[in-house]
Design a protein around this ligand. Structure first.
Ligand SMILES: NC(=O)C1=CN([C@@H]2O[C@H](COP(=O)(O)OP(=O)(O)OC[C@H]3O[C@@H](n4cnc5c(N)ncnc54)[C@H](O)[C@@H]3O)[C@@H](O)[C@H]2O)C=CC1
Ligand SMILES: CC(C)CC(=O)C(=O)O
Length: 327
């Protein structure tokens, strides 16, 4: 069976790390892919006036799964609609420390399960008068229950004992009050053990004691910010993959952006993107192959070569070739 994969490299280092992930997928025995590339991001907007052309939307909608690199200034006009195109309701962001890396917290294994459809990401903003702006934060019972169901199931399936529901219901009493109540009710219904945590204090605890956390179920913006914070604990954004999961489709992307400070130098760390490809393999049912990719990345992170963000002097291509050798 051949799987059609939409490949959308985007801007900046997206153009460098996405081919690395495709090379790794091509090196896997026994799985057939048909990669079809689409354009999106700043460069295509400059050419055509549209950061996400209709052909690219259709490509992602029709493919078995999508690999997305990163976009630059147009990121919100690209990745947010793409998440909708694939019907994603959950953004899964594992933050793990790796042996051999000099990380702030070398004993971290946390998976952020981020609500992926609402909150401030609805983009409902207005300037109601000069110098006065508003942003409407949408939280619904259905979406809160759905992400909690996904989070508790993920914890069970992947043997995480600690589940934490992140919220700020002491301030956003109505919206995060609903998120907290709906997510807690899912935990109660399942007779599952879980904690709840105010997200400000949670940020501190994650930095000081990440080993106390397993699965963290979050509203949309909180999940974005807490997962980036966790990237800092384990060695940086070059290491964090993610999956945007829908009922019938999914999109896989690194947590990082287009990194204009290093774009074009060929030194971006491809690990986050390659690990996103491993999540794509899991999603398509190739768990063994997904594990093999993760093991190969781990081994290269441990023994090198490493890109400059991890203290090395290797290129994106050196690291990719080493991962393929390990495979
Ligand atoms: N999903 C997306 O397409 C996203 C796009 N962006 C866009 O990216 C642009 C830059 O945003 P920033 O806030 O700087 O975030 P960023 O994630 O692009 O970069 C933050 C820092 O991490 C480093 N970094 C990120 N990925 C790396 C990798 N693979 N290897 C080595 N170092 C890496 C960068 O060099 C930079 O110092 C903006 O235009 C923003 O809108 C930001 C976040 C997500
Ligand atoms: C530029 C943004 C759309 C990136 C972000 O916040 C996200 O990953 O949700």
């Amino acid at each position: 069976m051949t799987h059609e994969i939409a490949v959308i490299p985007g801007d900046g280092i997206g153009q460098e790390v996405t081919p690395a992930a495709v090379e790794v997928l091509e090196a896997i025995d026994g799985v057939d892919f048909d990669f079809v590339e689409g354009e999106a991001g700043d460069a295509v907007k400059e050419e055509t006036g549209d950061a996400l052309p209709e052909e690219t939307r259709e490509l992602a909608a029709d493919a078995d799964a999508t690999l997305f690199g990163a976009a630059g200034e147009t990121a919100a006009d690209v990745i947010l609609p793409l998440r909708q195109v694939v019907g994603s309701f959950a953004n899964v962001r594992p933050a793990r420390s790796y042996p051999g890396l000099d990380a702030v917290q070398p004993d971290t294994d946390i998976v952020f399960i981020r609500e992926n459809t609402e909150g401030v990401y609805k983009g409902i903003e207005s300037e109601i008068s000069e110098g006065v702006t508003t942003c409407t934060r949408v939280i619904t019972e259905d979406a809160s229950e759905k992400i909690a169901e996904y989070g508790f199931s993920y914890a069970k399936q992947n043997s995480y004992d600690d589940v934490t529901i992140a919220h700020k219901a002491n301030v956003m009493r109505t919206t995060d009050g609903l998120f907290l109540d709906a997510a807690s009710a899912v935990g109660e219904d399942r007779d599952a053990s879980y904690d709840t945590a105010l997200m400000d204090a949670l940020a501190m605890h994650l930095v000081m004691n990440p080993q106390d956390y397993g699965v963290v179920i979050c509203p949309n913006l909180a999940g974005d910010m807490l997962s980036d914070l966790a990237a800092g604990l384990v060695g940086g954004l070059g290491l964090l993959p993610s999956a945007n999961i829908g009922e019938e489709n999914a999109l896989f992307e690194p947590v990082h952006g287009s990194a204009p400070d290093i774009a074009g130098e060929g030194i971006a760390n491809p690990s986050a993107m390659i690990l996103s490809a491993a999540m794509l393999l899991d999603h398509l049912g190739y768990d063994e192959q997904g594990d093999a990719v993760r093991t190969a990345v781990e081994s290269v992170l441990d023994s090198g070569p490493r890109t400059p963000d991890l203290g090395g002097d290797a290129s994106t291509e050196d690291v990719t070739a080493a991962v393929i050798d390990e495979l």
